[in-house]
Ligand binder design. Structure first.
Ligand code: CP
Ligand code: NVA
Length: 319
């Protein structure tokens, strides 16, 4: 067992250099799909879902298998976790049986409790506050299309108090990007997230703009991103939310403000005609399906990297 176990709970858990190392590893793994076997044996990886999923479920299952491991996908309703058994007891059981714990849940605090009690890596597969695995895939996609990350400007429009907005902000500035977040008053990132992003930006040369002015956020942007206006768990607020964010849709009128060669990201699932218009998401600037595929490569890289950094596996390319 190791005392150096590394977890991936928020975008800030990787420094700029570490984020680059993970993205480099993802590129290598994309080129050599079956060449990395840190879970050879096969070792088992437990992947828990408290919320629904298509991409995260399939990309982790495929990625774990490609890394030589055996994915164990568990819907929370079919387990004791969080219902009949405490998170800390669950962690102490799981660490004796599996090599990594992946968890999609509501409260970030639950992931932190799992990590505090686990001697194997814990990965956040989406919480109410962050979606860091998605951002690794997004940054990999930007790098593929733009050749670089540092110095690019990235605008995110819409529900700017949700997990994707927080992750765009924190992962983007970690990469040295100029991140602009636009949403209505009351639906902007929390003060603590903005302060953390500004502190990270000061280290990397990135910058932060949080505004209610969508055009200001979009001005000359190299990357334009959005997300659903109704996140999982907010279904009761759907009607109100569809009105709230109307001025922050990514449509042809919005794209006029961005750079002519801007690329468009959306983590999916998308609601055409609401946060993004059909002509934009299905148009030539959209890279959303590259982004979806890159979930596999990025998550393989973070799983292998955490195993290597935790002294649980040797992985070529990780110091
Ligand atoms: N983008 C994403 O996490 O998709 P799923 O909810 O389908 O996993
Ligand atoms: N903000 C969305 C992301 C879905 C991948 C949600 O939490 O439902």
């Amino acid at each position: 067992m190791t005392n150096n176990v590394r977890h991936f709970l928020t975008d800030l858990d990787l420094t700029q250099a570490e984020q680059t190392e993970v993205l480099d590893l993802a590129v290598a793994m994309k080129k050599d799909k079956y060449g990395y076997k840190p879970y050879a044996g096969p070792q088992t990886v437990a992947v828990f879902f408290d919320k629904t999923s298509t991409r995260t479920r399939v990309s982790f299952a495929a990625g774990i298998a490609e890394l030589g491991g055996s994915p164990l996908i568990i819907n929370s309703t079919e387990s004791q976790l969080g219902h009949k058994e405490s998170i800390s007891d669950s962690a102490k059981v799981l660490e004796r049986m599996v090599s990594t714990i992946v968890w999609r849940t509501y409260a970030q605090a639950g992931l932190e409790e799992m990590a505090e009690n686990s001697n194997v890596p814990v990965i956040n597969a989406l919480s109410d506050d962050y979606h860091p695995c998605q951002l690794l895939a997004d940054l990999l996609t930007v790098r593929e299309h733009k050749g670089t990350l540092a110095g690019l400007s990235m605008a995110y429009l819409g529900d700017s108090a949700n997990n994707m907005a927080n992750s765009y902000l924190l992962a983007g500035v970690t990469a040295g990007m100029h991140v602009r977040i636009a949403g209505p008053e009351g639906y902007l990132p929390a003060a603590g997230i903005i302060a953390a992003a500004e502190a990270r930006a000061a280290e990397t040369g990135g910058s932060v703009l949080v505004t209610t002015d969508a055009a200001a956020a979009l001005a000359g942007a190299d990357v334009v991103a959005t997300d659903t206006w109704v996140s999982m768990g907010q279904e009761d607020e759907k009607a109100q939310r569809m009105e709230l964010f109307r001025d922050y849709a990514v449509d042809a009128a919005a794209m006029v403000h961005a750079a002519g060669d801007a690329i468009v990201l959306h983590c999916l699932p998308a609601y055409r005609g609401y946060e993004i218009s059909a002509d934009v998401i299905d148009g030539p600037q959209s890279v959303v399906f590259d982004e979806a595929e890159n979930r596999v490569h990025a998550q393989k890289a973070i799983m292998a990297w955490l195993m290597a950094k935790s002294d649980l596996a040797d992985v070529a390319g990780v110091a």
